[in-house]
Design a binder for this molecule. Structure first.
Ligand code: NAD
Length: 502
């Protein structure tokens, strides 16, 4: 066992970043606790309505100059930011492990994905170009230009504290907008560090503001007439019933990315070894707290007799349980650990309630994650081990609700058609995976499944920074998605000019 050095030694007093200054909040504070060690690592302010208004005002004032800054000059700031993020790569990753609980390898993956967003946004001089056509009528030309809109609000979830706000922030800033960002109050530290680096990279005061807090800050954003659009990532009830609804009422454009309950289908011709390896990271990576995590595994007996399906199901589930049982749990800064704790005790309690519910509903608890061992002596308050349920039916809460923990539900289907029908019974549509050697089945799956992110022999279908991060049904509300060209369109207005000279 080798625990890496912690970058945070004493509890930090976090502040807001408004108009290029680090300012203390008047609001109450909340502790940020390292879920693996139980140590307080920061006090985060729950900011007030006046503070969010100050931040929006600062962003509004910074906007005219930032908008006039040539795209190439804005891109240079992002190039510097990218370099600074690289220089601080390891520290940023360790901060994520301390604030969230994920393993250091998971944090490093998150840091890499986040930096890629900045990298892609540096292409703004090309990405933001419009288009034109000469002679739409004799002697008349028409062209389209893309212009920024002003101030955007960004609201992050707890599960990817570093990466998710970067699905939006670099694209918003690159296109000439100013932002007010509210990280999750559960783990805001890595966003604070990004802002420090953005300041060092030369992003001017007022362009990239950060206000810590909760509902008051969010309401302040939703109601503010000077905020033109909101990017939200979080749970479906908040995303749909609070954010999407209010933005409709106040006329803001939105990207609202929400909860999930994803399926993995295992076809009879799947390569079992690589399928199980992919499933381990998909079901248990980030301790199941991932919107792209698979949660329901369906063993599909396409072309098999009833007995053959039973035998195939047993083979898959036995291999799954054997692998899940070997997962090493502990502090994510120990780089031999495979799975860290859940973010906090409340999240563990929520998972335990689902385990109870699954038993009450009649599912069989094949692997009980309530019993576990840690690789070192740590408080157990936030840990739950890999859990597997069998005999699960789709009417059970464990099969259709987002548990957001390390719980896998095993099911069977006699055909691909039946398995796709099962996916469509769930209100979510974030992601789905198929494991198969057949191009025909893979294409059928990709063609028919109503989910925004499809994995073919891939357990976590996470789109790269130059593709949109999609989602359907109760997993996404809005039209344009985060990342890449769709984000550029979201953060700009198309203006059409028609000209004729006499
Ligand atoms: P959450 O909805 O509890 O919180 C998200 C954000 O909204 C936080 O910043 C929080 O402070 C704020 N918030 C919470 N309740 C609010 C309220 N009543 N009014 C106003 N603001 C409120 O979500 P979470 O627990 O932080 O994140 C986990 C959820 O995010 C899961 O459902 C997960 O699937 C989802 N998620 C989705 C994606 C995706 O791409 N679709 C990606 C990551 C996470």
């Amino acid at each position: 066992m080798a625990v890496l050095k912690e970058p945070i030694e004493e509890a930090l007093q976090l502040r807001n970043y408004i108009d290029g200054e680090w300012v203390e909040s008047e609001g109450e504070t909340k502790e940020v606790v390292n879920p693996a060690t139980g140590k307080v690592i920061a006090e985060v302010p729950i900011s007030t309505k006046d503070e969010i208004e100050e931040a929006v005002e600062a962003a509004k004032e910074a906007y005219p100059d930032w908008r006039r800054t040539p795209p190439l000059a804005r891109a240079r700031c992002l190039f510097r930011l990218k370099e600074l993020l690289e220089e601080n790569f390891e520290e940023l990753s360790r901060i994520q492990t301390m604030e969230h609980g994920k393993t250091i390898d998971e944090s490093r993956g998150e840091t890499r994905r986040g930096i890629e967003m900045v990298e892609v946004a540096t292409g703004i001089p090309s990405l933001m170009m419009g288009c034109n056509l000469e002679d739409i009528a004799s002697g008349i030309d028409e062209y389209l230009i893309r212009q920024p809109l002003g101030v955007f609000g960004i609201i992050g979830p707890f599960n990817f504290p570093f990466m998710v706000p970067l699905w939006f922030a670099p694209f918003a800033v690159a296109t000439g907008n100013c932002i007010v960002l509210k990280p999750s109050s559960e783990d805001p530290l890595s966003q604070i560090k990004i802002v420090e680096l953005a300041e060092e990279a030369g992003i001017p005061p007022g362009v990239w503001n950060l206000v810590n807090g909760g509902r008051t800050v969010v309401s302040g954003m939703l109601d503010h007439p000077d905020i033109k659009g909101i990017c939200f990532v979080g749970s479906t009830p908040v995303g749909r019933d609070v954010i999407y609804r209010r933005c409709g009422e106040t006329g803001k454009r939105v990207i609202v990315m929400c909860g999930a309950k994803n399926f993995a289908l295992v076809m009879p011709d799947a390569d079992l070894e690589s399928t199980i390896a992919a499933c381990m990271t998909s079901f248990y990576g980030n301790t199941g707290q991932r919107c792209l995590a698979n949660a329901n595994l369906v063993v599909v007996g396409e072309g098999l007799s009833e007995q053959e399906l039973e035998a195939f199901y047993k083979k898959v589930v036995d291999a799954f349980v054997a692998s899940a049982s070997k997962i090493r749990m502990g502090y994510g800064l120990d780089d031999t650990v495979h799975m860290g704790p859940l973010r906090d005790e409340g999240k563990k309690e929520n998972v335990l309630q689902y385990v109870e519910k699954g038993i009450e509903e009649g599912a069989t608890l094949t692997l009980d994650g309530r019993q576990f061992e840690l690789v070192e002596d740590l408080p157990e308050a936030c840990f739950v081990g890999p859990t597997v349920f069998e005999d699960v039916t789709l009417d059970m809460a464990i099969a259709k609700e987002e548990i957001f923990g390390p719980v896998a539900c095993m099911m069977k289907a006699t055909s691909l058609d039946e398995a796709i029908g099962m996916i469509h019974q769930i209100p979510f549509g974030n992601a789905a995976s198929i494991f198969t050697g057949s191009g025909k089945w893979a294409r059928e799956f990709q063609y028919r499944v109503e989910c925004g992110n499809i994995g073919i022999n891939v357990g976590i279908a996470a789109p790269m920074a130059f593709f949109p991060f999609s989602g359907m049904k109760d997993s996404f509300f809005g039209t344009l998605h985060g990342q890449g060209p769709e984000a550029i369109r979201f953060f700009t207005e198309s203006k059409v000019v028609i000209q004729r000279w006499f």
